[in-house]
Design a protein around this ligand. Structure first.
Ligand SMILES: [Fe+2]
Ligand SMILES: [Fe+2]
Length: 361
């Protein structure tokens, strides 16, 4: 079958590609992460039980997390409408994971091209393979629920800005710290709340790989930023701020309480259920006025507070100058590393796994 150009989207990037003829390894930890990645490749086709039946109308992913189920508007829905909502809202969320994984596949490939060190290229190549397996796994799962939504414009925007960056460090920040921070939070929360064994197992395997991807960002970017000229570091800090700010704007601020542009995909979910867009927006505003908030329940991860901001601070991607920009934008510069350190791969060199995650074979 010929390529379907109607569904393709072409970007022209300013990225530099780097050959490296020095094959000596100076970053042992990065080499260890590469070795570990090679050994821990899993295969969605072989390692997951695809015979598990998936009923998309059952709450595969809890909708209580965003507080929607507490709105009077939702309480009034018929059983059929509720089931339709669960099926489509879940499909909408999983579709974002699928498209996001494709974005990660391309940013990892870009890092393989552009990383200036031999061990950096080796590692980035394993991440590229990881992301290809993630795209495959989510595509297989979504095929089971047979509903797919387009990528949200803001997510496409953030990933495109990352892919169109002119330096590999910006790509590593945009993907391995920011978008993967967001994803790690969402995956972690989904693993805890999903009622589907197949999705839970799939997400556990994906999370194990993602913990290495976040560790890579920390290991490699921190060193590179420390060696950078101050002007270049400021340029990277500016990029980091802009990526964070664009996500915060898209989702209604770091706590999701502010104004946001309705996601066209989510409006389609409402259409499927038969909910008027204006009624929905009014219900959200009224709920906000009544003090009903989309709180992050205990035990769940807050992507900005626990993952993205501490990751940026730790590598030096937040400067004195950019701290002022964050303050002005109302985004706290959280720097508590507790959650991120418990979730990422420590790359100590041994090949033991995170004991909280199941091992393959
Ligand atoms: Fe991934
Ligand atoms: Fe990843």
């Amino acid at each position: 079958m010929p390529t379907n150009w109607e569904t393709a989207d072409i970007l022209k990037t300013p990225m530099e590609i780097c050959w490296q003829f020095d094959y000596d390894i100076s970053r042992e930890k990065l080499k260890n992460l590469y070795s570990k990645s090679k050994k821990l490749q899993w295969d969605a086709e072989q390692d997951l039980d695809w015979s598990i039946e998936v009923d998309p109308s059952k709450p595969i992913v809890s909708q209580t997390r965003n507080g929607l189920d507490r709105l009077p508007l939702f309480k009034r829905l018929s059983t059929t409408q509720r089931e339709t909502f669960v099926a489509h809202a879940t499909a909408h969320q999983l579709s974002q994971f699928l498209h996001g994984e494709q974005g990660a596949l391309m940013t990892a490939a870009a890092l393989t091209h552009a990383a200036p060190d031999y061990e950096g290229k080796l590692y980035a190549a394993t991440q590229t393979m990881d992301e290809a397996r993630h795209v495959e796994a989510y595509e297989m799962y979504i095929r089971k629920i047979a509903i797919i939504y387009p990528i949200s414009p803001w997510l496409k925007g953030v990933i495109d800005d990352t892919l169109l960056a002119d330096h590999w460090v910006k790509i590593a920040i945009g993907m391995n710290m920011v978008v993967e921070g967001l994803a790690l939070g969402a995956f972690h929360n989904m693993r805890r709340t999903t009622t589907c064994d197949l999705l839970r197992r799939l997400t556990e395997l994906v999370l194990r790989d993602e913990s290495r991807h976040v560790a890579f960002g920390n290991l490699y970017v921190r060193e590179t930023l420390a060696d950078m000229h101050q002007d270049d570091r400021e340029d990277v800090a500016q990029f980091s701020f802009e990526v964070i700010q664009s996500i915060a704007k898209a989702i209604g601020g770091v706590d999701g309480r502010g104004e946001r542009k309705p996601d066209p995909g989510f409006l389609r979910v409402l259409d499927e259920v038969g909910i008027d867009h204006q009624d929905f927006i009014r219900a959200i505003i009224e709920a906000g006025a009544a003090g009903m908030r989309a709180e992050v329940p205990a035990g769940q991860v807050h992507a900005f507070k626990d993952l993205m901001m501490p990751a940026l601070v730790r590598v030096g991607a937040v400067t004195e100058r950019s701290r002022a920009l964050f303050a002005e934008a109302g985004i706290p510069v959280w720097d508590d590393l507790g959650v991120i350190e418990s979730m990422e791969d420590s790359s100590s060199g041994d090949l033991s796994l995170d004991p909280t995650l199941p091992q393959t074979n």
